[in-house]
Design a protein around this ligand. Structure first.
Ligand SMILES: [Fe+2]
Ligand SMILES: [Fe+2]
Ligand SMILES: [Fe+2]
Length: 462
């Protein structure tokens, strides 16, 4: 009798989940996120395709583990949440008039409502396994915290730069460096936007200290000195486009997660103390890592490209790291108590783990970009094409970049296409050509003949 009028708490949860799932579907059906791109590169800052078909394969109850971070599943999750977070940021094209219709359909009420429904479940998928992999429990005194974090930062300072070795040791160092800049672009072209969320409100003198850091990031109002402007200049110098998300198709899941993590810990202020830990880690370590990044620019481009972006950071982030610790974290712990330390420490450690994952992913992409000839040669040995899935596409059709969780044999049966691994690494393929696409590697295709038929088959490459 009662059940007619009252839902059980369990069915309430189920119906909440249903509503949230419908909102997620609706968010991803927005033309900016759903439609296949008109070209490989995004001419509009609002075009950010996510391959909504990947939602069907997603297990909403299973957070992505760090071992699985380079998966297509995580790529889809990270793209979706970046779109949700960046509704808080204002983007307009730099060099042409805005398409007002596009602008308004991107920043529409429905997108804001759906983004709010999407974020909690997708954030859980994207970041909750980090919490489990890091143990910051127990009582931490302020002295323990300072000593522990200083040791970790010193380790970063004293470690040899793998990034420098991977880029300068690549067969094509300029292309490897450009791919690295593309991985940074999603973050650096809107640098410190997430930080801006945390100068609203009032938490005492620490508010003003964080504001000082933010002012530096924004070039104290001089547009040319704004960190994002300096980065734009470097993108142009190396022959890359400086518009936000022009290279949307080429961000790895790890790179997206680094941008998203700062949104994750600043959008919901229950994570404010985590934010302080991640801020401290990033500012303090950037002071050192940017030194070798500056050397990459100097050595790879031999003086043709200014390394100002990295030089500026190796100078100013010494101060920012110190400000984060001495002017923000320590006074807040002294006032509010040592029980806020585990959250600060978990932000510090979680961001460090994500940085590690993103670095490994970048190195793997550089290695694969260097070995495309070998992957073409290896593919020739595979003659059994039974069970291959066949596709037919027409001239100009561009797929949204994606990742396979298995190695894949890719064969063109008729017509021609370009297979993109990066803006620089493009393999032109015609009928009879084959290549192996390794698991975990971003790629997309663009059809260059009237029609093109191609086949793909999962394989295990020894
Ligand atoms: Fe900066
Ligand atoms: Fe900084
Ligand atoms: Fe593919």
């Amino acid at each position: 009798m009662f059940s007619k009028y009252f839902q059980s708490p369990f069915s309430k949860i189920a119906s909440l989940q249903r509503r949230s799932y419908m909102a997620i579907e609706s968010f991803l059906s927005c033309s900016h996120f759903k439609d296949a791109p008109k070209d490989v590169f995004m001419e509009s800052p609002y075009q950010r395709p996510c391959r909504p078909q990947d939602l069907k394969a997603l297990d909403l109850s299973e957070p992505v583990s760090l071992e699985n971070y380079s998966s297509n599943e995580n790529l889809f999750i990270q793209r979706s949440i970046l779109n949700a977070y960046e509704l808080d940021l204002v983007f307009l094209p730099f060099s042409k008039a805005v398409n007002l219709k596009e602008f308004k359909t991107f920043y529409c009420d429905e997108n804001y409502q759906n983004a709010a429904a999407l974020l909690p479940s997708f954030e859980h998928l994207a970041f909750s396994s980090l919490e489990k992999s890091i143990n910051v429990s127990g009582h931490w005194t302020l002295q323990d915290f300072i000593q522990y974090t200083k040791t970790k930062i010193k380790d970063v300072a004293n470690s040899e730069s793998t990034l420098y070795k991977k880029i300068t040791g690549s067969k094509d160092p300029e292309s490897a460096a450009r791919f690295f800049f593309i991985q940074c672009a999603g973050d650096f072209l809107s640098e410190a936007s997430a930080m801006a969320r945390n100068v609203l409100g009032n938490y005492g003198s620490a508010t003003s200290e964080l504001f000082k850091v933010l002012i530096d990031e924004y070039g104290y109002g001089v547009h040319e000195k704004k960190h994002s402007s300096i980065f734009e200049g470097m993108m142009k110098d190396v022959g890359l486009n400086e518009m936000i998300h022009y290279y949307w198709n080429f961000y790895t899941p790890g790179s997206l997660s680094l941008i998203n993590y700062f949104h994750y810990i600043s959008k919901n202020h229950s994570r404010f103390f985590k934010y302080l830990g991640a801020l401290y880690y990033t500012e303090a370590t950037l002071a050192f890592t940017t030194k070798s990044q500056s050397k990459i620019v100097k050595d790879v481009f031999q003086g043709r490209v200014s390394s100002l972006y990295f030089d500026e950071h190796s100078h100013i982030d010494i101060h920012h790291g110190r400000m984060a610790l001495e002017k923000i974290i320590i006074p807040l712990v002294e006032l509010h108590g040592e029980h806020i330390i585990p959250d600060i420490l978990s932000g510090f450690e979680e961001f460090a783990s994500l940085q590690d994952v993103a670095d490994q992913e970048l190195y793997r992409h550089i290695e694969v970009h260097d070995s495309l000839d070998e992957l073409i040669a290896k593919a020739k040995k595979y003659h059994d094409v039974s069970g291959a899935v066949k596709f037919e596409e027409v001239l100009g059709e561009v797929s949204v970049s994606h990742i396979h969780n298995n190695d894949e044999l890719f064969m063109v049966d008729e017509g021609e296409l370009d297979l993109y691994f990066s803006p620089d690494k493009v393999v032109h393929m015609k009928a009879g050509d084959k290549i192996i696409i390794p698991s975990g590697i971003l790629h997309l295709s663009k059809i260059t003949s009237d029609t093109c038929r191609y086949s793909v088959k999962h394989i295990e490459v020894a």
